[in-house]
Ligand binder design. Structure first.
Ligand code: ASP
Ligand code: MG
Length: 416
Protein backbone atom coordinates (compact mmCIF):
# COMPACT_ATOMS: atom_id res chain seq x y z
CA UNK A 1 0.00 0.00 0.00
CA UNK A 2 1.07 3.60 -0.52
CA UNK A 3 -0.02 7.12 0.42
CA UNK A 4 -0.46 10.00 -2.02
CA UNK A 5 -0.92 13.63 -1.14
CA UNK A 6 -2.33 16.24 -3.50
CA UNK A 7 -2.03 19.85 -2.41
CA UNK A 8 -4.37 22.76 -3.08
CA UNK A 9 -2.44 23.86 -6.18
CA UNK A 10 -2.97 20.50 -7.85
CA UNK A 11 -6.77 20.74 -7.61
CA UNK A 12 -7.24 24.47 -7.91
CA UNK A 13 -9.72 24.26 -10.80
CA UNK A 14 -11.55 21.84 -13.10
CA UNK A 15 -8.39 21.24 -15.09
CA UNK A 16 -6.62 20.23 -11.89
CA UNK A 17 -9.37 17.78 -10.96
CA UNK A 18 -9.21 16.25 -14.44
CA UNK A 19 -5.44 16.00 -14.10
CA UNK A 20 -5.88 14.33 -10.70
CA UNK A 21 -7.81 11.52 -12.39
CA UNK A 22 -5.26 11.17 -15.19
CA UNK A 23 -2.42 10.93 -12.69
CA UNK A 24 -4.18 8.03 -10.98
CA UNK A 25 -4.92 6.40 -14.32
CA UNK A 26 -1.47 6.82 -15.74
CA UNK A 27 0.19 5.41 -12.64
CA UNK A 28 -2.23 2.48 -12.60
CA UNK A 29 -2.43 2.70 -8.83
CA UNK A 30 -4.07 -0.12 -6.91
CA UNK A 31 -3.90 0.17 -3.14
CA UNK A 32 -3.50 3.74 -2.11
CA UNK A 33 -4.78 6.20 0.45
CA UNK A 34 -5.05 9.67 -1.05
CA UNK A 35 -4.91 12.79 1.08
CA UNK A 36 -6.23 15.96 -0.57
CA UNK A 37 -6.19 19.53 0.71
CA UNK A 38 -8.57 22.38 0.02
CA UNK A 39 -8.79 23.64 -3.55
CA UNK A 40 -6.45 26.45 -4.57
CA UNK A 41 -6.46 29.30 -2.10
CA UNK A 42 -9.66 28.17 -0.36
CA UNK A 43 -8.05 27.83 3.06
CA UNK A 44 -7.14 31.52 2.90
CA UNK A 45 -10.68 32.34 1.77
CA UNK A 46 -12.14 30.42 4.71
CA UNK A 47 -9.71 32.14 7.09
CA UNK A 48 -11.12 35.39 5.83
CA UNK A 49 -14.64 34.15 6.56
CA UNK A 50 -13.59 33.43 10.14
CA UNK A 51 -12.12 36.92 10.55
CA UNK A 52 -15.33 38.46 9.28
CA UNK A 53 -17.47 36.16 11.41
CA UNK A 54 -16.18 38.03 14.44
CA UNK A 55 -16.73 41.44 12.87
CA UNK A 56 -19.86 41.14 10.79
CA UNK A 57 -21.81 37.94 10.34
CA UNK A 58 -23.51 39.37 7.25
CA UNK A 59 -20.18 39.94 5.59
CA UNK A 60 -19.04 36.44 6.56
CA UNK A 61 -22.21 34.95 5.05
CA UNK A 62 -21.56 36.92 1.88
CA UNK A 63 -17.99 35.54 1.71
CA UNK A 64 -19.45 32.09 2.21
CA UNK A 65 -21.65 32.66 -0.82
CA UNK A 66 -18.52 33.49 -2.86
CA UNK A 67 -16.81 30.32 -1.70
CA UNK A 68 -19.88 28.38 -2.76
CA UNK A 69 -19.86 29.97 -6.20
CA UNK A 70 -16.18 29.08 -6.58
CA UNK A 71 -16.94 25.40 -6.03
CA UNK A 72 -20.14 25.43 -8.12
CA UNK A 73 -18.20 26.91 -11.02
CA UNK A 74 -15.78 23.98 -10.85
CA UNK A 75 -18.69 21.52 -10.87
CA UNK A 76 -20.03 23.24 -13.96
CA UNK A 77 -16.65 23.14 -15.67
CA UNK A 78 -16.41 19.45 -14.86
CA UNK A 79 -19.73 19.00 -16.67
CA UNK A 80 -21.62 17.19 -13.95
CA UNK A 81 -25.29 16.73 -14.76
CA UNK A 82 -27.50 18.92 -12.61
CA UNK A 83 -29.00 15.76 -11.15
CA UNK A 84 -25.66 14.46 -9.90
CA UNK A 85 -25.62 13.84 -6.16
CA UNK A 86 -22.52 16.05 -5.82
CA UNK A 87 -24.82 19.10 -5.94
CA UNK A 88 -26.67 17.84 -2.88
CA UNK A 89 -23.41 17.04 -1.12
CA UNK A 90 -22.07 20.54 -1.70
CA UNK A 91 -25.38 22.11 -0.70
CA UNK A 92 -25.37 20.13 2.53
CA UNK A 93 -21.86 21.29 3.43
CA UNK A 94 -22.76 24.92 2.85
CA UNK A 95 -26.10 24.64 4.70
CA UNK A 96 -24.27 23.17 7.68
CA UNK A 97 -21.76 26.00 7.59
CA UNK A 98 -24.49 28.60 7.31
CA UNK A 99 -26.37 27.05 10.21
CA UNK A 100 -23.21 27.00 12.30
CA UNK A 101 -22.51 30.62 11.52
CA UNK A 102 -26.06 31.77 12.21
CA UNK A 103 -26.49 30.00 15.52
CA UNK A 104 -23.01 30.00 16.93
CA UNK A 105 -21.99 32.79 19.25
CA UNK A 106 -18.74 31.37 20.53
CA UNK A 107 -16.03 33.90 21.25
CA UNK A 108 -13.35 31.23 21.00
CA UNK A 109 -11.61 32.27 17.79
CA UNK A 110 -9.55 29.10 17.40
CA UNK A 111 -12.54 26.82 17.95
CA UNK A 112 -14.63 28.69 15.38
CA UNK A 113 -11.66 28.68 12.99
CA UNK A 114 -11.42 24.90 13.00
CA UNK A 115 -15.17 24.44 12.57
CA UNK A 116 -15.25 26.70 9.52
CA UNK A 117 -11.87 26.40 7.80
CA UNK A 118 -11.83 22.60 7.72
CA UNK A 119 -14.73 22.59 5.27
CA UNK A 120 -12.37 23.49 2.43
CA UNK A 121 -11.06 19.92 2.65
CA UNK A 122 -14.54 18.36 2.72
CA UNK A 123 -15.50 20.28 -0.40
CA UNK A 124 -12.37 19.34 -2.33
CA UNK A 125 -12.48 15.64 -1.44
CA UNK A 126 -16.21 15.47 -2.24
CA UNK A 127 -15.63 17.03 -5.64
CA UNK A 128 -12.61 14.88 -6.51
CA UNK A 129 -14.46 11.79 -5.37
CA UNK A 130 -17.54 12.70 -7.41
CA UNK A 131 -15.39 13.23 -10.47
CA UNK A 132 -13.82 9.79 -10.08
CA UNK A 133 -17.31 8.32 -9.67
CA UNK A 134 -18.46 10.11 -12.81
CA UNK A 135 -15.61 8.40 -14.63
CA UNK A 136 -16.35 5.02 -13.06
CA UNK A 137 -13.09 5.06 -11.18
CA UNK A 138 -13.58 2.77 -8.24
CA UNK A 139 -12.73 4.21 -4.80
CA UNK A 140 -14.05 5.12 -1.36
CA UNK A 141 -14.44 8.46 0.40
CA UNK A 142 -13.44 8.59 4.06
CA UNK A 143 -14.13 11.20 6.74
CA UNK A 144 -10.67 11.70 8.24
CA UNK A 145 -12.18 12.72 11.60
CA UNK A 146 -12.99 9.06 12.17
CA UNK A 147 -9.28 8.28 12.02
CA UNK A 148 -7.11 11.12 13.27
CA UNK A 149 -7.71 11.84 16.95
CA UNK A 150 -6.24 14.91 18.55
CA UNK A 151 -6.39 16.97 21.70
CA UNK A 152 -8.60 20.09 21.75
CA UNK A 153 -5.84 22.59 21.10
CA UNK A 154 -7.64 24.14 18.14
CA UNK A 155 -5.58 25.31 15.14
CA UNK A 156 -2.51 23.36 16.27
CA UNK A 157 -4.01 20.18 17.57
CA UNK A 158 -1.65 17.44 18.68
CA UNK A 159 -2.17 13.90 17.51
CA UNK A 160 -3.16 11.21 19.98
CA UNK A 161 -1.03 8.53 18.36
CA UNK A 162 -2.37 5.58 20.25
CA UNK A 163 -6.03 6.25 19.42
CA UNK A 164 -5.18 7.31 15.88
CA UNK A 165 -3.15 4.22 15.17
CA UNK A 166 -6.01 1.97 16.19
CA UNK A 167 -8.68 3.94 14.33
CA UNK A 168 -6.67 4.09 11.14
CA UNK A 169 -6.05 0.36 11.24
CA UNK A 170 -9.77 -0.22 11.88
CA UNK A 171 -11.19 2.19 9.32
CA UNK A 172 -8.90 2.31 6.31
CA UNK A 173 -9.27 -0.38 3.68
CA UNK A 174 -5.81 -1.70 2.86
CA UNK A 175 -6.97 -2.62 -0.60
CA UNK A 176 -8.31 -0.32 -3.25
CA UNK A 177 -8.33 3.45 -3.36
CA UNK A 178 -9.46 5.69 -0.51
CA UNK A 179 -9.76 9.45 -0.65
CA UNK A 180 -9.61 11.49 2.53
CA UNK A 181 -8.96 15.00 3.85
CA UNK A 182 -5.64 16.40 4.94
CA UNK A 183 -5.10 18.95 7.72
CA UNK A 184 -8.02 17.78 9.91
CA UNK A 185 -8.71 15.62 12.91
CA UNK A 186 -11.24 15.47 15.69
CA UNK A 187 -11.04 15.76 19.46
CA UNK A 188 -12.61 13.55 22.13
CA UNK A 189 -15.92 15.36 21.78
CA UNK A 190 -16.00 14.79 18.03
CA UNK A 191 -15.29 18.43 17.23
CA UNK A 192 -13.20 19.17 14.14
CA UNK A 193 -9.62 20.20 14.84
CA UNK A 194 -6.83 21.31 12.49
CA UNK A 195 -3.16 20.42 12.60
CA UNK A 196 -1.77 23.83 11.60
CA UNK A 197 -1.43 25.47 8.17
CA UNK A 198 0.09 23.28 5.51
CA UNK A 199 -0.83 20.33 7.70
CA UNK A 200 -1.85 17.97 4.90
CA UNK A 201 1.67 16.69 4.35
CA UNK A 202 1.68 15.78 8.02
CA UNK A 203 -1.67 13.96 7.60
CA UNK A 204 -0.06 11.89 4.84
CA UNK A 205 2.82 11.11 7.21
CA UNK A 206 0.41 10.01 9.96
CA UNK A 207 -1.45 7.60 7.68
CA UNK A 208 1.78 6.26 6.24
CA UNK A 209 3.13 5.56 9.71
CA UNK A 210 0.01 3.83 11.01
CA UNK A 211 -0.54 1.79 7.86
CA UNK A 212 3.13 0.86 7.48
CA UNK A 213 3.01 1.73 3.82
CA UNK A 214 5.67 1.11 1.22
CA UNK A 215 6.09 4.77 0.29
CA UNK A 216 4.54 8.23 0.30
CA UNK A 217 4.26 10.54 -2.71
CA UNK A 218 3.62 14.25 -2.42
CA UNK A 219 2.52 15.71 -5.76
CA UNK A 220 3.58 19.29 -6.44
CA UNK A 221 3.80 21.82 -9.26
CA UNK A 222 7.58 21.45 -9.33
CA UNK A 223 9.54 18.40 -10.55
CA UNK A 224 10.78 17.66 -7.02
CA UNK A 225 13.06 19.30 -4.46
CA UNK A 226 15.33 21.84 -6.11
CA UNK A 227 18.67 23.06 -4.78
CA UNK A 228 17.45 26.68 -4.74
CA UNK A 229 14.28 28.71 -5.07
CA UNK A 230 13.75 29.32 -8.81
CA UNK A 231 12.33 32.77 -7.98
CA UNK A 232 15.74 33.75 -6.57
CA UNK A 233 18.19 31.82 -8.73
CA UNK A 234 18.44 31.49 -12.49
CA UNK A 235 19.84 28.02 -12.59
CA UNK A 236 18.40 25.43 -10.26
CA UNK A 237 18.96 21.69 -10.18
CA UNK A 238 16.82 18.80 -9.12
CA UNK A 239 17.99 16.81 -6.12
CA UNK A 240 17.52 13.15 -6.98
CA UNK A 241 17.86 11.72 -3.51
CA UNK A 242 18.40 13.08 -0.05
CA UNK A 243 18.37 11.74 3.49
CA UNK A 244 15.64 12.56 6.03
CA UNK A 245 18.30 14.37 8.01
CA UNK A 246 19.31 16.51 5.07
CA UNK A 247 15.68 17.45 4.38
CA UNK A 248 15.19 18.37 8.05
CA UNK A 249 18.40 20.45 8.03
CA UNK A 250 17.28 22.30 4.91
CA UNK A 251 13.87 23.02 6.43
CA UNK A 252 15.62 24.30 9.56
CA UNK A 253 17.52 26.87 7.51
CA UNK A 254 14.29 27.97 5.87
CA UNK A 255 13.97 25.94 2.68
CA UNK A 256 10.38 25.10 1.89
CA UNK A 257 11.15 21.42 1.42
CA UNK A 258 8.95 19.27 3.60
CA UNK A 259 8.03 20.12 7.17
CA UNK A 260 10.09 18.14 9.73
CA UNK A 261 6.83 17.17 11.40
CA UNK A 262 5.94 15.20 8.27
CA UNK A 263 9.33 13.54 8.07
CA UNK A 264 9.58 12.41 11.67
CA UNK A 265 6.97 9.61 11.52
CA UNK A 266 8.33 8.49 8.13
CA UNK A 267 11.87 8.39 9.39
CA UNK A 268 10.86 6.35 12.41
CA UNK A 269 9.53 3.59 10.17
CA UNK A 270 11.97 4.11 7.35
CA UNK A 271 9.22 4.91 4.85
CA UNK A 272 10.56 6.66 1.73
CA UNK A 273 8.97 9.91 0.58
CA UNK A 274 8.82 11.00 -3.03
CA UNK A 275 8.27 14.61 -4.02
CA UNK A 276 7.02 14.52 -7.59
CA UNK A 277 5.27 16.56 -10.24
CA UNK A 278 1.52 16.30 -10.72
CA UNK A 279 2.06 17.59 -14.25
CA UNK A 280 4.47 14.84 -15.14
CA UNK A 281 3.88 12.03 -12.65
CA UNK A 282 6.07 9.60 -14.56
CA UNK A 283 9.18 11.54 -13.64
CA UNK A 284 10.83 10.13 -10.54
CA UNK A 285 11.13 13.46 -8.71
CA UNK A 286 13.08 13.56 -5.45
CA UNK A 287 13.39 10.62 -3.11
CA UNK A 288 13.80 11.40 0.61
CA UNK A 289 14.92 8.30 2.45
CA UNK A 290 17.38 6.68 4.76
CA UNK A 291 20.48 7.06 2.62
CA UNK A 292 23.26 9.37 1.54
CA UNK A 293 22.93 13.05 2.46
CA UNK A 294 22.41 14.33 -1.05
CA UNK A 295 22.68 12.85 -4.54
CA UNK A 296 24.05 14.20 -6.77
CA UNK A 297 26.17 16.21 -4.44
CA UNK A 298 25.53 19.90 -5.09
CA UNK A 299 25.37 23.16 -3.19
CA UNK A 300 21.92 24.05 -1.84
CA UNK A 301 20.99 27.69 -1.44
CA UNK A 302 18.46 29.05 1.04
CA UNK A 303 17.57 32.72 1.10
CA UNK A 304 15.88 34.59 3.94
CA UNK A 305 14.97 38.22 3.47
CA UNK A 306 14.00 41.01 5.84
CA UNK A 307 16.53 40.00 8.43
CA UNK A 308 17.73 42.20 11.28
CA UNK A 309 21.26 41.89 12.59
CA UNK A 310 21.51 43.06 16.19
CA UNK A 311 24.84 43.54 17.83
CA UNK A 312 24.80 43.79 21.61
CA UNK A 313 27.66 44.79 23.88
CA UNK A 314 28.16 45.83 27.47
CA UNK A 315 27.99 49.55 28.18
CA UNK A 316 31.19 49.38 30.27
CA UNK A 317 33.21 47.23 27.88
CA UNK A 318 32.78 44.16 30.03
CA UNK A 319 32.68 40.74 28.44
CA UNK A 320 29.27 39.52 27.36
CA UNK A 321 28.90 36.63 29.76
CA UNK A 322 26.63 33.63 30.20
CA UNK A 323 24.12 35.49 32.32
CA UNK A 324 23.91 38.32 29.78
CA UNK A 325 23.30 35.81 27.01
CA UNK A 326 20.64 34.09 29.05
CA UNK A 327 19.03 37.47 29.73
CA UNK A 328 19.16 38.40 26.03
CA UNK A 329 17.64 35.09 24.98
CA UNK A 330 14.90 35.49 27.55
CA UNK A 331 13.96 38.76 25.84
CA UNK A 332 14.19 37.31 22.32
CA UNK A 333 11.85 34.56 23.41
CA UNK A 334 9.49 36.95 25.18
CA UNK A 335 9.17 39.09 22.04
CA UNK A 336 8.83 36.04 19.78
CA UNK A 337 11.80 36.93 17.62
CA UNK A 338 12.84 34.11 15.32
CA UNK A 339 16.61 33.72 15.73
CA UNK A 340 18.38 32.56 12.56
CA UNK A 341 22.03 32.95 13.49
CA UNK A 342 24.14 33.67 16.58
CA UNK A 343 27.73 34.78 16.88
CA UNK A 344 29.68 36.01 19.86
CA UNK A 345 33.08 37.45 20.56
CA UNK A 346 34.56 38.80 23.78
CA UNK A 347 32.77 42.11 23.67
CA UNK A 348 29.99 41.52 21.25
CA UNK A 349 27.00 39.28 20.92
CA UNK A 350 25.32 39.27 17.48
CA UNK A 351 22.01 37.73 16.51
CA UNK A 352 20.23 37.70 13.20
CA UNK A 353 16.48 37.76 13.78
CA UNK A 354 13.17 37.96 11.99
CA UNK A 355 10.58 40.41 13.20
CA UNK A 356 7.55 38.22 12.44
CA UNK A 357 5.37 39.59 15.20
CA UNK A 358 6.30 43.26 14.89
CA UNK A 359 7.89 43.34 18.31
CA UNK A 360 11.27 44.69 17.31
CA UNK A 361 10.89 48.17 18.81
CA UNK A 362 9.58 46.68 22.04
CA UNK A 363 12.62 44.42 22.14
CA UNK A 364 14.95 47.38 21.64
CA UNK A 365 13.27 49.22 24.48
CA UNK A 366 13.89 46.27 26.76
CA UNK A 367 17.53 45.84 25.70
CA UNK A 368 18.68 49.43 25.59
CA UNK A 369 18.69 50.30 29.31
CA UNK A 370 21.15 47.44 29.93
CA UNK A 371 23.23 47.12 26.79
CA UNK A 372 24.74 49.04 23.94
CA UNK A 373 22.71 47.97 20.92
CA UNK A 374 23.41 48.49 17.25
CA UNK A 375 21.34 47.04 14.45
CA UNK A 376 20.85 46.85 10.68
CA UNK A 377 17.50 46.13 9.10
CA UNK A 378 16.41 44.86 5.68
CA UNK A 379 19.27 42.37 5.32
CA UNK A 380 19.38 39.07 3.51
CA UNK A 381 20.68 35.84 5.00
CA UNK A 382 22.08 33.28 2.58
CA UNK A 383 22.71 29.74 3.73
CA UNK A 384 24.63 27.38 1.48
CA UNK A 385 24.86 23.72 2.38
CA UNK A 386 27.53 21.57 0.75
CA UNK A 387 29.28 24.67 -0.49
CA UNK A 388 32.43 25.18 -2.50
CA UNK A 389 34.44 28.39 -2.22
CA UNK A 390 33.15 29.66 -5.54
CA UNK A 391 29.54 29.40 -4.31
CA UNK A 392 30.39 31.78 -1.47
CA UNK A 393 32.16 34.15 -3.85
CA UNK A 394 29.06 34.16 -6.06
CA UNK A 395 26.91 35.32 -3.16
CA UNK A 396 29.41 37.90 -1.92
CA UNK A 397 30.02 39.43 -5.33
CA UNK A 398 28.86 43.08 -5.40
CA UNK A 399 27.32 42.82 -1.97
CA UNK A 400 28.38 44.16 1.37
CA UNK A 401 28.96 41.29 3.77
CA UNK A 402 28.08 42.05 7.39
CA UNK A 403 28.70 38.67 8.92
CA UNK A 404 29.80 35.22 7.86
CA UNK A 405 29.77 31.96 9.71
CA UNK A 406 30.83 28.57 8.51
CA UNK A 407 30.76 24.99 9.64
CA UNK A 408 31.80 21.92 7.71
CA UNK A 409 28.50 21.53 5.89
CA UNK A 410 27.04 25.02 5.82
CA UNK A 411 28.08 28.60 5.41
CA UNK A 412 25.83 31.52 6.30
CA UNK A 413 26.35 35.01 4.99
CA UNK A 414 24.42 38.12 5.97
CA UNK A 415 24.51 40.78 3.27
CA UNK A 416 23.09 44.23 2.70
N1 ASP B 1 -5.43 23.42 3.24
C1 ASP B 1 -4.52 23.60 4.33
C2 ASP B 1 -3.65 24.83 4.10
O1 ASP B 1 -3.71 25.41 3.02
C3 ASP B 1 -3.66 22.42 4.58
C4 ASP B 1 -2.68 22.10 3.48
O2 ASP B 1 -2.87 22.48 2.33
O3 ASP B 1 -1.69 21.44 3.77
O4 ASP B 1 -2.91 25.19 4.98
MG1 MG C 1 -3.79 24.02 1.06
Amino acid sequence: MEVFKFGGASVKDAKGVRNFLSVLQSLEVKDVLIVISAMGKMTNAFENIVRNFFKSKDKALKNLEDAKLFHLRILEDLEFSKADQIYTEIDTIFSELEAFMSVNNSTDYDYVYDQIVGHGEFLSTRICSAFLRLNSFDHQWLDVRKCIKTNSDFRRARVNWEATDKLIKDNVAIEGITITQGFLGSDNFGRTTTLGREGSDYSAGIFAYCLDVKEVSIFKDVPGVLNADPREFDRTRLIERMSYKEAIEMAFYGASVIHPKTLQPLQRKDIPLKVRSFLDPRLTGTLIHNGEDIVPRMPCFIVKKEQILISISDREFHFVMEEDISDIFGLLHQFKMKVNLIQNSALNFSVCVENNFNNFSALLKALEPKYKVKYNEGLTLYTIRHFAERDIRGIELNREVLLKQRSREAVQVIVK
